[in-house]
Design a protein around this ligand. Sequence first.
Ligand SMILES: Cc1cc2nc3c(=O)[nH]c(=O)nc-3n(C[C@H](O)[C@H](O)[C@H](O)COP(=O)(O)OP(=O)(O)OC[C@H]3O[C@@H](n4cnc5c(N)ncnc54)[C@H](O)[C@@H]3O)c2cc1C
Length: 432
Amino acid sequence: MAEEKFDIIVVGAGPSGLAAAIRLAKAGLEVAVLERGAFAGSKNVMGGIFYRHPLETLLPYFWKEAPVERAIVEQRYWMLDSQGHTGGGVRSQRFVGDKPNCWSVFRAKFDRWLAEQAEAAGVMLLTEATVESLLQENGKVIGVHTNLEDGDLWADVVVIADGVNSLLLRDLGVHPEIKPNQAATTVKEVITLPAEKIEDRFNVEPGQGVSIELFGSLTKGAVGIGFLYANQESISLGVGVLVSELARLNLKPHDLIEDLKSHPSIRPLIAGGKTEEYLAHLIPEGGYRTVPRVHGHGWVAVGDAAMLVDSLHREGSNLAVKSGLLAAEAIIQAKEKQDFSAAGLAPYRQALDASFVMKDLKKYKNMSHFLESNPQIFNVYPELINDAGTAFFTVDGKTKREMQATILKMVCQRRGLFGLARDALQGGLTLR
Ligand SMILES: Cc1cc2nc3c(=O)[nH]c(=O)nc-3n(C[C@H](O)[C@H](O)[C@H](O)COP(=O)(O)OP(=O)(O)OC[C@H]3O[C@@H](n4cnc5c(N)ncnc54)[C@H](O)[C@@H]3O)c2cc1C
């Protein structure tokens, strides 16, 4: 392995690294992907909903072959309180059919399949290969130092796709250690159930599924969310809160998911199921303001390593794939010019800025601050919305005018009309 030189080395076989690797190999470049896990996906955790776009631009109709679970026909949002939930959602055949919008997936299966596509395109995949540091010379990245025997490998460009809290970007000095309010600790259980039970409980046809994003009491007042996704023969149930909030409120992720499993709206959906897996992982939540430098002399950073996650819309894997593809295009151009300097790789940053990835993150650039500085969103509104909803539907002999007065009194006592108007205005400005 010593003295081995590739055109490109990709560190990490997640969706960002593999998308970049496939695109580069298809352009005829010699590419090695180094993955620390026993196989691609073995270390990966995701809720997880995987979107058709943008992977289909690289692998048309990939879902016909790929190990996807269920095409998501209905997307729901539930605001929980201790007694139940208030919810909404959209169900449409437009989400499924010939070109589904998204699927539930297991990353251990999906990434492994994607890695096979990379190998079929000519990529050399090295597993149980941990990159310990970058090789640098005169400010240029020239390769990687690995745990492999004689394991220094060289390349014109290293694609840093090692996921959240990237050790390699920290070593480069472009990304400080992630702060506790910039990442969410997320725990997830995979709970097995027969396919027919899932189809009955979620009112879906075979092959179709439902996603439910959960807000409110499940995070005990902390900034965070939960999710429930229907897989082929299991449910993925998870909850995540900012690391800083775990400390502030003395919460334990394990307790949060245990409580969620016994919540009256969740319990019937998972009844009779068996927990097969328990997983925990960080999700980058810092958004636009925490995106580090994404290119330099001899390197580019993609996906979670570059903090490219839009948590408000539950999008991460698609931003990962898109950034990998954009980085690959810039590297192909750099190769044509034999210019792997920061200037030669700058088209990656320009393309990223012009894409939905940075535009969306920029749109929500104040979201993290808004959520953190307005705890009432997590500790007042869930209860208030559910109590108001319950009052609205309760028939107890009171007139509708009395019912409206009861709701108004709740709002005034718990948040105040001024507070409500202020939250609506600030929230609207943050989301605009
Ligand atoms: C619980 C949870 C739920 C989520 N739900 C969704 C969802 O529903 N939809 C969605 O779109 N996104 C979701 N995301 C986000 C999504 O998982 C990420 O945005 C996406 O996986 C990022 O891909 P990536 O390739 O950049 O990084 P990763 O998928 O993290 O891949 C990084 C890879 O690098 C490897 N690696 C790390 N360090 C080294 C090293 N030093 N040497 C070699 N290999 C290394 C790792 O083993 C890993 O395989 C979720 C995330 C979590 C944690």
